[in-house]
Design a protein around this ligand. Structure first.
Ligand SMILES: NC(=O)c1ccc[n+]([C@@H]2O[C@H](COP(=O)([O-])OP(=O)(O)OC[C@H]3O[C@@H](n4cnc5c(N)ncnc54)[C@H](O)[C@@H]3O)[C@@H](O)[C@H]2O)c1
Length: 340
């Protein structure tokens, strides 16, 4: 039986990696729905459409176009909802557009699914930004980083505290999706993701900092650090994220209605200063950087506690931060023409 799969935002970084992994199974038919608004998405979609797959269809569409969305949502086995306005900075500049894409667009999709494809598994990429700035955490300031005192990371019991328009719009979507499980019985799973990195990530100053720092370094350009650079992030290779998505789909009867935090966890953290140091060694380049003001809602530290995912699905990150980022450096060298 052919499995019909819809990926909204499927031309983006995570979406294109997900599509590629699904397309390698001939029993899957993948439909990508994306408006190609993200710089780099056009490149991604051209790449996948010219990769020789016969089991793919591309619909150029906007998540805010309810009429088109309803027509595009037929009976699917699985829906991955990844389309989003993804940058906190852009959400501050234009909160209405951010809300319309992330919150209203998600509600449109949920309604289309409820009416046309209620049996589909529905996977959503939410964000750790729903937990806000986490000012109550006890932190120690060290030379190159902040560290958490008395905690291994943030789990799903952390209070929601939407901060920034992006935090609000993604958090709204996150809660609607959970509620469509309770009220309408949709088979939903929500992943609150930390920083994800990997091939096809066209990082820029607004979003995708791991790829952005690598691109700037390889181009011999300077980097602006917002804040003091000691902020810590747990980073996760996109293939590990996709493995978790797949496990949740396979075990949907067990995990439907659940929310999971997901990230590199305690073993895969970098502060921005530490990542710069690592990059200098890996690329043998001296990186010029300057500091600017903190960005709104920016957490001094975020580390995902992945214990629930491990308990429910046996998942844990397999690719280390060093292994993954070295592979990304090579991918960027091979795929960015403007890099020497
Ligand atoms: N990359 C990360 O570190 C990270 C972390 C937490 C959460 N997320 C979430 O994961 C999802 C995918 O993120 P990504 O890193 O692949 O970002 P991305 O920007 O590469 O992908 C998003 C895709 O959505 C598309 N899109 C944007 N607005 C749209 C609209 N109105 N209609 C249709 N398509 C639209 C874009 O063209 C793009 O292809 C997003 O929902 C994001 O909020 C990502």
């Amino acid at each position: 039986m052919i499995k019909k799969i819809l990926i909204t935002g499927g031309a983006g970084f995570i979406g294109i990696n997900l599509a590629y992994s699904l397309l390698n199974n001939k029993d899957n038919f993948v439909i990508i729905y994306d408006n190609l608004s993200r710089k780099g998405s056009e490149k991604n979609i051209k790449w996948i459409l010219s990769s020789g797959f016969k089991n793919i269809e591309f619909i150029k569409g906007d998540i805010r176009d309810y009429t088109k969305l309803k027509k595009s949502v037929k009976e699917y086995d699985c829906i991955y909802h990844l389309a989003a306005q993804v940058a906190v900075t852009k959400s501050v500049e234009n909160p209405i557009e951010d809300f319309e894409i992330n919150a209203q667009g998600t509600l449109y999709l949920l309604e289309a699914v409820r009416k046309n494809s209620p049996e589909a598994v529905f996977v959503f990429s939410s964000t750790n930004k729903v937990y806000g700035e986490l000012l109550h955490l006890k932190l120690k300031e060290q030379e190159t980083r902040y560290s958490l005192i008395g905690k291994n990371g943030i789990d799903e019991n952390e209070n929601l505290d939407f901060h920034s328009p992006y935090g609000n719009s993604k958090g709204t979507a996150d809660q609607y999706i959970r509620d469509y499980y309770r009220i309408y019985g949709l088979k939903t799973v929500v992943f609150r993701q930390s920083c994800i990195f990997g091939p096809h990530q066209h990082g820029n100053t607004d979003q995708g900092w791991v790829a952005h720092f690598i691109i700037k370094t390889l181009n011999n350009e300077g980097i602006t650090i917002y804040g003091d650079g000691k902020q810590v992030r747990d980073i996760l290779d996109v293939s590990d994220l996709i493995r978790a998505y797949n496990l949740s789909v396979k075990n949907i009867e067990k995990v439907k209605g659940n929310i999971f935090n997901i990230g590199g966890g305690i073993d895969n953290t970098f502060s921005l200063l530490e990542f710069i140091n690592f990059l200098e060694k890996e690329t043998e380049k001296k990186i010029k950087y300057k500091f600017s003001d903190w960005r709104p809602g920016d957490q001094k530290i975020f580390i995902s506690n992945n214990a629930k995912l491990k308990k429910e699905l046996g998942w844990f990150p397999k690719i280390s931060k060093e292994q993954g980022t070295k592979a990304l450096i090579e991918w960027i060298k091979a795929n960015y023409k403007d890099i020497e």
